[in-house]
Design a protein around this ligand. Sequence first.
Ligand SMILES: C[S@@+](CC[C@H](N)C(=O)[O-])C[C@H]1O[C@@H](n2cnc3c(N)ncnc32)[C@H](O)[C@@H]1O
Length: 267
Amino acid sequence: MTKPVVDTDDDLDTRARNRSLWSQVNADFTDTDAQQMWTRSGVSWGLFRQPEGSLQLLGDLTGSDVLEIGCGTAYLSAWLTRAGARVVALDLSPEQLVTAQRCQDRFGPHFPLVEGDGATLPFRNGSFDLVVSEYGASPWCDPARWPLEAARVLRPGGRLVFLTNSVLAAMCVPAEGGPAGTTLLRGATDVNPVSWPGGGVEYHPGHGEWIRRLAEAGLVVDALHELEPPDKGPDHEYYEIVTRRWSERWPAEDVWVAHRPRVVRSR
Ligand SMILES: C[S@@+](CC[C@H](N)C(=O)[O-])C[C@H]1O[C@@H](n2cnc3c(N)ncnc32)[C@H](O)[C@@H]1O
């Protein structure tokens, strides 16, 4: 039997801080922002919205059971539902889920929205064919915990696909806000986790640690895609974290793809 994981005081504090941060972010988020994302056609990835058609990360979604961890306003779940998946969207923040619910009611489609923590998923073993996280659990949840949970709820052969900031971007972002510069402002161990002043707690493990955490969860790594901006496009800051120019020079966003093997071989 697996031992139940017990939250430490640090886990409880991190969760409370991140819940409060996302309640605040949600209050600043306008319905125009939400509408823009909810009404986009097709699935795309990252700050520069690279089409799923060119990256081919998800495979055929028709009839598959999908869980999104840290769905926020749940636009990714809406896109996946339109692509034929049966989606459940989970988030820590009740406020974000209220926004997601409002978007469902205005734009459709509807799918279950669940309040919960990515580190202790309220689902049975082997419930999903695909677990996704787009800047959800990936930076906001402890990498020692949430991949274990993602692996547990995946069926054999199921896949985990998640998008997060590169560790390099996290090391170059000024603490006071604004996009990453060209100087390393903190070390690799300072960003895993990093507690932003007046903000939340984020986790940015290096690639070696991601590989180890995924392997510990019993997953096989299939690919790491370091997203690059497309050749053409506006030269402005899409998001606070990096400019287009920065991400043309250095990897700013990573997408990891892993799967749960059908047969576990003993050594
Ligand atoms: C950047 S949003 C990502 C969601 C969506 N892809 C988006 O861009 O709107 C991060 C989300 O992760 C959620 N989150 C933070 N910690 C979490 C946790 N421990 N478990 C589940 N969700 C969490 C936050 O509440 C927030 O809605």
